[in-house]
Design a protein around this ligand. Structure first.
Ligand code: NAP
Length: 458
């Protein structure tokens, strides 16, 4: 795959970038290795100063960077600008809280282990490789980089090949904030070159956000070299509307949950599971709202849904819809590629899916929602858990017993009640089953790439 910006709104190549040579990759690993050694001896206060300065640089360029994100991957401009600010906020969050999250923890009664004192300490691992996706070109990277650097690690970024300009911006961002040279370096390489980087002795761990096949491949390499890995993979999150729910509000939120980021979010509600008592009301309102969305140029402020980021992604989405339609499913809204120049797909709602429809098991990465009628709460839970993924979930109910039933029964890394899943820097983020393992964000996120050292004193 060429490393290039191809504007999904027009299909035109905006920039083709020369990949790094093997020597350049070696040079960057060496820089990161030296930076990691320097960083582990710096104080939290010093790192926080650099991180806050980098956050200021990011926030000051929010408009221009927002435009760059939209040109590279097609999300509506307001969402791109919001992503820049969200990233800067997370950088400041870790600047403020890293020391507290990584403070030594003493055993309250050390005599139980025959010690006068026993405690744990979090230490950086060294150089950590991040393999990242294009759907949130800044946010996905920053939510790794901010905690990793604040813990005293150095980072290497292998970004998705279709967002090289975002990668190049991130390549210098932390250094511009004051971090030592090499603390965070982008590698302009293809997926096939990840193996040799991860195999390098100087690289201690890897985090990958992306698809299940990519995760499987990278985790296998990490396993082979006995290196820590964190995987944030796909999702096919259930959005469950129960009989006691406020149906109108649930339908409005369901639309936002499905089409945010042009429908290309791992934590988007993708399967809408509705209790039979409110199914018809919800289905009509949801389909109406989805078909009224403004689809078009994402640089225009009135646009609600832009293009799918790649032509292959758009074709895959269309195939999933055609598969369901051919097997007898009903299309309640959309179900076609609009007559526009780029890689657009109309916001779509599909119901009455037969058991063998691919949409039941596969992730629809674009504005396509599938709708399921649940006979009762047990049936809703069964449908919700029938996927191999387990990232997040949403449940709409006003009944506390129902709430508890779903909170404990859902096989997912998170449950959002009467809302839609959103990532917050204060809350742990990650999945189970084939959505991956490990957690990002909050205190647990900064600890993932630390050595938890136990100290015992006689
Ligand atoms: P992708 O094709 O897996 O790519 C993700 C990254 O992995 C890219 O940098 C890609 O590089 C690289 N890559 C792909 N195959 C690889 C391999 N065999 N070995 C090493 N690296 C490899 O995924 P995507 O299409 O960019 O992103 C969409 C997927 O990411 C969806 O499934 C979505 O749900 C998931 N996602 C998950 C989260 C989460 O937090 N759980 C967040 C966002 C997205 P190239 O671009 O060079 O191929």
């Amino acid at each position: 795959m060429a490393i290039a910006t191809v504007n999904p709104t027009s299909g035109t190549m905006e920039m083709l970038i020369e990949p790094h040579s093997a020597d350049e990759v070696q040079e960057r690993i060496a820089q990161a290795h030296a930076a990691a050694r320097a960083l582990r001896d710096t104080s939290f206060a010093q790192r926080a100063e650099w991180m806050n300065a980098a956050a200021d640089i990011l926030a000051d360029q929010a408009e221009g960077l927002g435009e760059l994100i939209t040109v590279e991957m097609g999300k509506p401009i307001a969402q791109s600008v919001a992503e820049v600010h969200k990233s800067a906020k997370a950088m400041r969050f870790y600047a403020e809280h890293a020391q507290q999250f990584l403070a030594d923890e003493a055993l309250s009664d050390p005599s139980t282990v025959g010690a006068t004192r026993a405690w744990t300490r979090y230490e950086p691992l060294g150089v950590v490789l991040a393999v990242m996706p294009w759907n949130y070109p800044l946010w996905q990277v920053v939510r790794f980089a901010a905690p990793a650097l604040m813990a005293g690690n150095a980072g290497l970024l292998k970004h998705a090949s279709n967002v090289p300009q975002a990668a190049l911006f991130l390549d210098t961002l932390f250094e511009r904030g004051g971090f030592p040279q090499g603390s965070f370096r982008a590698l302009l390489i293809g997926g096939s070159e990840v193996e040799s980087v991860l195999a390098d002795e100087r690289v201690k761990a890897v985090t990958l956000t992306g698809s299940e096949p990519a995760g499987r491949s990278v985790a296998a390499i990490a396993g082979d070299h006995v290196k820590k890995s964190v995987l944030e993979l796909g999702g096919s999150d259930p959005f469950i509307v129960l009989a006691s729910a406020e149906v109108g509000r649930a339908a409005e939120t369901a639309v936002r949950a499905r089409i945010s980021n042009n429908g290309q979010s791992c934590i988007a509600g993708k399967r809408f599971i509705v209790h039979t008592d409110v199914y018809d009301e919800f289905a009509a309102e949801f389909a109406r709202l989805m078909s009224e969305l403004v689809v078009g140029n994402p640089l225009l402020p009135e646009t609600q849904v832009g293009p799918v980021a790649t032509s292959a992604g758009r074709d895959e989405l269309a195939e999933l819809v055609e598969d369901a339609r051919a097997k007898g499913a009903s299309v309640l809204a959309g179900g076609f590629a609009p007559d526009l120049r780029g890689w657009f797909y109309a916001p779509t709602v599909i119901a009455d899916l037969p058991e063998d429809a691919r949409l039941i098991q596969e992730e629809a990465f674009g504005p396509v929602a599938s709708l399921y009628r649940a006979h009762d709460n047990d049936d809703a839970l069964r449908i919700a858990n029938q996927t191999t993924f387990g990232l997040s979930s949403a449940v709409w109910t006003t009944d506390p017993d129902e709430e508890e039933f779903f909170v404990s029964g859902l096989e997912a890394g998170a449950v959002f009640i009467n809302g839609m899943t959103v990532s917050y820097q204060e809350l742990p983020f990650g999945g189970i089953k084939r959505s991956g393992f490990g957690r990002e964000l909050a205190a647990v996120g900064i600890r993932e790439f630390c050595n938890l050292k136990t100290v015992w004193r006689a």
